[in-house]
Design a protein. Structure first.
Length: 286
């Protein structure tokens, strides 16, 4: 496994890889969710490139950029064991020698939910993902369904900007009690960790009720909200994953996504679940 920190060296080493390349962009502090992405890339591509970059552009001024967990040695060991060909772990000055003048700004897809709560976040994500795609020029790139709005934006980025890389979505990896794995879970105290699965419990309730044919999203969300305490809600919503706009009514026969964010103490958790609404004639009469 090559460990590379300079863009020039990355280009040279990538050019020397003969077969299809799969890219897995990460911010490090790797867990089994990241490992699942790498394993999928390993199965589907001749070579795998993983990037580890805590991207300053996607953190707001009051967010956890400086204290975001960094565990380079453990990450390298894990990736070596997974058979990764190249790890690209640049310093911020390598990726951004000067503040960028040209940026990628999602419009509607970044307007609500994470985009509303974290102004500038998706601009930072889309800009850095485009830079990484340009630097690595992979045939395939792998992203987690865990960050569903980010995934939707990256799929659209590829479409709108004629990027040839095929974007793959990977299922969310969870703890036994349902909590989605996240590098930020290390921030949780024992009590907060105990309460953290309430977020997925609330989302499961949304999935169940919409799956039963209930279409009043506002009412469904009000019910689901009851399950969050002692977590503090940031948002709960239901969206068409191609649009990421809050829905009030769930259309029949649609694949929708229930999204949520909540605070466990100072730690912000996000999660989502896919829900298939029944076709009209199958709907339960209430
Ligand atoms: P991050 O390091 O948090 O930026 O995540 C890097 C990639 O891993 C993103 O595409 C995430 O969506 C994905 N990811 C993070 N957590 C999980 C998880 N629990 N299951 C699957 N993918 C994940």
């Amino acid at each position: 496994m090559e460990f590379v920190t300079q863009l020039g060296e990355l280009r040279d080493r990538r050019a020397a890889l003969p077969g299809a390349v799969g890219l897995v962009p990460t911010m490090g502090a790797l867990h089994q969710g990241h490992a699942a992405l790498v394993e999928q890339a390993r199965r589907e591509c001749a070579h795998v490139v993983v990037t580890i970059f805590v991207n300053p552009l996607q953190f707001g001024p009051s967010e956890d950029f400086t204290r975001y967990p960094r565990r380079m040695e453990e990450d390298r060991e894990l990736l070596e064991g997974l058979g990764v060909d190249i790890v690209f772990a640049p310093e911020a000055t390598e990726m951004f020698p000067q503040p960028p003048d040209i940026i990628v700004e999602p419009a509607v897809l970044g307007r609500y939910f994470e985009g509303e709560r974290r102004p500038g976040h998706f601009r930072g994500v889309a800009t850095v993902v485009l830079k990484l795609l340009n630097a690595v020029q992979p045939e395939h790139a792998y992203f987690g369904q865990k960050d569903a709005q980010q995934l939707a934006i990256i799929q659209r980025l590829a479409l709108d900007l004629n990027i040839a890389t095929k974007i793959h979505a990977c299922a969310t990896v969870r703890e036994a009690d349902g909590l989605a794995l996240s590098s930020r879970n290390v921030y949780l105290s024992e009590t907060e960790r105990h309460a953290a699965p309430n977020l997925v419990a609330a989302l499961r309730e949304v999935v169940t009720r919409l799956g039963e044919g209930e279409s009043d999203v506002t009412r469904v969300l009000a019910g689901a909200r009851q399950r969050l305490a002692p977590l503090r809600e940031d948002y709960l919503g239901v969206v068409d994953p191609a649009k990421f706009e809050p829905l009030r009514t769930a259309p029949p026969g649609m694949s929708l996504v229930a999204v949520g964010a909540a605070f466990a103490g100072a730690t912000r958790l996000i999660d989502n679940l896919t829900v298939q609404t029944p076709a009209e004639r199958e709907m339960v009469k209430r």
